[in-house]
Design a protein around this ligand. Structure first.
Ligand code: TRP
Length: 448
């Protein structure tokens, strides 16, 4: 087992925030969130989502980071340190987290592969390779498999490089560029004809859409977007120095993540209506917004086409940055089983990155080859059910298993006054009672 001294650490607080925000900001924000907003009729979903982030996901984010920093490791190792008198629970629940992480990465790489394809398409068009350009943007098994494998290799490569060198460097440099580009694109789209209709759908809530499915979708989306449940944040927490104020960095990460999701919706939903104005079909026969998984991939290219000669350039920059955003997330997922193999089995980072990364890539290929049957199913199992269930487990660990004094001691290291503040008065009690009950209640609502 590695000791604390020999583990990699983030070299700065800002480096950690960028890396954790890099984990949180990804396809969940730019693909998942706008798709779910469209599916659930707009602003009502956003309100429910905001409630879920701050009422449920944020306290769980603090919980996961705290367990990770205290336990100094992957879910199995960390649980073992916290749950000392139980030999089986850490292995069973830790393994469940690893399984969920692997399932999530297997579908994540497929969607990210589409981004790679869309980043390459304008280049293919520019050099006159029209056949290739069409192949890249049309849904097909060979394209899905090849692009998925390409993206999986990128993930494995970065993870095999380690913490400060790979993960931190990439996240810190590239995240800010993404924010600026987003701002520019939002301004552009809001100036187009039709955008205001989209803005209305996005911002004016229609509560007739409120139903069980919307509520459970909002919770799942909040857990997914903050990378909760499977141990991503736990492992990142374990690379965090002891003098960092955990509730504070968690707040910053949650705010960054939510802002990016909101910005992505502010871009995509109006862009749908601009596309409609330009003759693209965005409503189905029943008058509902078309919201299949490739919504984003239809709407954005049609926006770039309206941009004249700068369109292809902006398209390339945008999709490349999206691939990078996806990469800073996917590495935080692969990092979970890799850290576990290192800590528990004593494998080298190199070997475990390649072995586990390739196994998950095989799973991705299996999903590609049985897309209709497996893609949605794997997403549902891992994000709608496993993530919240694992959330309950972490809440129980922090609220019931872990001794309150030790919990306080861990949090005090980066925040000596915490015992006197409101956070400590509310949070432990909150994670103990409210979080598990609320998660169970939401899941119950979705089933009934
Ligand atoms: N949160 C990331 C996104 O929004 C994806 C992600 C990274 C994730 N690590 C995770 C999702 C762990 C669930 C669990 O794209």
């Amino acid at each position: 087992m590695t000791t604390e001294a020999s583990r990699g650490h983030f070299s700065s607080r800002i480096g950690f925030i960028m890396a954790a925000a890099g984990s949180a900001v990804g396809l969940g924000n730019v693909w998942g969130f706008p798709t779910k907003v469209a599916e659930n009729g707009g602003a009502a979903f956003i309100l429910m989502y905001l409630a879920m982030v701050f009422v449920l996901a944020f306290p769980m984010l603090v919980a996961e980071l705290t367990i990770g920093r205290y336990g100094q490791g992957n879910p199995v190792t960390s649980l073992r340190r916290v749950w000392r008198n139980n030999r089986f629970a850490p292995i069973v629940f830790g393994a469940l987290a690893l399984l969920a992480a692997s399932l999530i990465l297997s579908f994540y790489s497929i969607v990210a592969g589409w981004l790679v394809a869309f980043a390459a398409e304008p280049l293919a068009t520019a050099v006159g390779a029209d056949g290739l350009a069409a192949w890249l943007t049309e849904f097909s098994q060979p394209r899905n498999v090849i692009m998925t494998l390409l993206f999986s290799l990128m993930t494995i490569w970065v993870v095999s490089k380690g913490v400060a060198d790979g993960i931190e460097k990439w996240s810190t440099r590239l995240m800010p560029i993404l924010f600026v580009l987003f701002a520019g694109m939002i301004i552009y789209i809001l100036m187009q004809e039709g955008a205001m209709d989209g803005l209305r759908v996005y911002l004016v809530p229609d509560f007739s859409h409120l139903n069980g499915r919307l509520i459970v979708d909002a919770m799942g989306q909040a857990f997914f977007s903050l990378s909760l449940g499977v141990g991503s944040m736990m492992v990142y927490g374990s690379y965090l120095k002891k003098d960092i104020n955990l509730p504070k960095v968690a707040t910053q990460v949650a705010i960054i993540d939510t802002s990016v999701a909101f910005a992505a919706g502010l871009l995509i939903i109006p862009a749908m209506f601009v596309a409609k104005h330009n003759g693209v079909e965005i409503f189905n026969a029943a008058g509902e917004l078309i919201s299949s998984g490739d919504l984003v991939f239809q709407v954005l290219p049609s926006m770039f086409h309206t941009m004249g000669s700068s369109g292809p350039v902006i398209a390339v920059v945008f999709f490349v940055l999206m691939v990078i955003a996806a990469l800073t997330s996917s590495i935080s997922i692969l990092e979970v089983p890799v850290a576990c193999a290192q800590d528990e089995l004593g494998m080298s980072r190199q070997a475990s990155s390649w072995l586990i990364g390739l196994l998950i890539a095989v799973a991705s290929v299996v999903i590609c080859l049985n897309f209709g049957a497996l893609f949605g199913l794997v997403i549902d199992i891992s994000t709608v059910y496993m993530q919240p269930l694992l959330g309950i487990i972490w809440a129980v660990v922090v609220g019931w298993v872990w001794h309150r004094n030790e919990l306080l001691k861990e949090l005090q290291q980066g925040n000596p006054e915490i015992a006197d503040g409101w956070f400590w008065k509310i949070w432990p009690w909150y994670v103990r009672f409210i979080c598990p009950v609320a998660i169970v209640a939401v899941m119950f609502v979705s089933i009934s």
